[in-house]
Design a protein around this ligand. Sequence first.
Ligand code: HEC
Ligand code: HEC
Ligand code: HEC
Ligand code: HEC
Ligand code: HEC
Length: 351
Amino acid sequence: MPTGKGRSIKNSLLIFANLFVLTVAASCTTFDDIDALKTLRYEAGHQKGAGFCASCHEDIYNQWSKRSRHSLATTSPSFHHTMRAYSENIVVGLFMDEGMCYSCHGSKDVNEGVNCETCHGTVLRGVPIEKTHADKFTPRLSKLREPDFCARCHQSKTPVSGDNLSSTYTDWRASKAAAEGVTCQGCHMGKRQDDTHAYHGFDTAVRDETIYRGLLAVGGIRYNHPELRLTIENRIKGHSVPAGGPTRVLALELSFRDNSGTELFAKRQTFSKRFSLIPIVGAVPYRLIENTQLRSGEKRSLRVTLPSDVRKRPQRLVIVLRMYEVSDEYAGDIGKAHWASKPILQKEVDL
Ligand code: HEC
Ligand code: HEC
Ligand code: HEC
Ligand code: HEC
Ligand code: HEC
């Protein structure tokens, strides 16, 4: 429990924060930006839920529910943790609420993330499902196939500074894939193996770290004591890695060891979008301060110098690549991540 004095300091800080937010809000397009973020990216209305569609589209349902991150978008612990940071904060609560989160993450009522109806439209009530197919689902398919359909949710800017929070779409627009006419759906939804329909797995490193196999490469390793040089390459033709906004951090973890396997030195290099945070409010991204995401097709050279207090020359190097989720209190401290994927890539080399 905070003490009386602590509470009064906290209160004056909150008043300060209020003034700060209001001043900023009055001085730029913040309110428009916030409204834009609150706008539903899908049709409102009571949904039947994915279980209903599953009765006839079992394969698609299984791909969506077992592989896709979409199916967890309203239930994952990290989503709720981050949403609480917003909605329970007096200052942020003034102008942002959980509606803003559900505007992209899916219906709060059915609570199953971005589901069939979020993308395809809600079922028409009181008429046979065939009529919904004919009147709604079929005509909509052409819209769903358009390149900017995914951008509704996968591209957004932060209120206040207007920097791109997630820029998967603008990344794609500038990519080789776009130049070749390959869309998000073209890569993510192409039929797999024996499928007779568009793939709905929307694979995520959270559920399957092997999706990046062959697409992220670490090479060019040269060790000239005390300096290591290596390269890391993003071979995805469509966009940066990590693909999204500040919630995902790719980390290259290097462990320098002696012959017996004892670690002499460890270094973690991260690739992500970093934003400065509004004071006190903390959770609200403000201005893009650094973007170290690996651009599509980029091969980046890295250099690591062992500090002079590491006296022994290392003999082995263990390299691991992992994806982390850091939606709220991160501020550069990976220890605060909500989860980490299993190794996307792991190798060991003699130095
Ligand atoms: C009673 C069975 C049944 C249910 C329930 C059902 N569908 Fe269908 N759906 C079909 C059949 C049959 C087709 C046509 C054959 C195919 O593409 O599999 C179809 C086709 C579709 C198509 C492709 C339309 C086209 O023109 O190619 C979409 C999109 C679709 N369904 C979405 C849904 C969604 C979303 C739900 C749940 C809200 C749903 N369906 C529920 C039976 C059903
Ligand atoms: C209604 C909003 C919405 C639409 C439309 C949408 N997505 Fe998503 N997508 C999300 C949200 C929200 C998440 C994050 C879910 C989570 O992790 O909690 C997500 C996650 C993903 C992921 C996994 C990302 C990761 O790092 O785990 C992929 C891949 C993806 N979407 C691809 C697509 C593609 C391709 C399209 C277009 C065909 C699309 N999405 C359309 C909202 C949407
Ligand atoms: C403009 C659409 C949009 C809005 C609004 C939005 N999100 Fe997201 N969110 C996404 C997408 C897309 C992803 C997938 C990662 C990426 O692309 O950055 C995501 C990922 C996340 C993740 C990472 C989930 C995980 O475990 O991997 C969290 C947590 C999250 N969002 C929380 C929130 C909260 C809380 C709010 C409301 C304050 C919110 N989001 C508002 C689109 C949105
Ligand atoms: C993130 C958005 C999204 C979600 C969630 C989603 N779909 Fe789709 N669906 C699409 C898109 C985009 C297409 C068109 C893909 C293409 O043809 O390239 C599509 C196509 C389809 C088709 C036609 C497939 C074909 O190849 O004939 C059916 C059927 C369908 N979806 C059913 C479902 C069902 C059932 C669910 C829920 C289990 C679901 N969808 C969830 C975006 C989505
Ligand atoms: C040239 C092919 C290609 C195009 C085009 C493409 N992607 Fe990707 N994307 C990939 C590959 C490959 C991966 C990593 C493995 C996977 O998810 O299958 C990936 C990963 C992602 C991820 C992160 C998944 C995770 O968990 O790390 C998201 C989100 C995503 N893409 C969204 C999009 C959106 C939105 C578009 C369109 C604006 C798009 N992609 C266009 C190939 C593509």
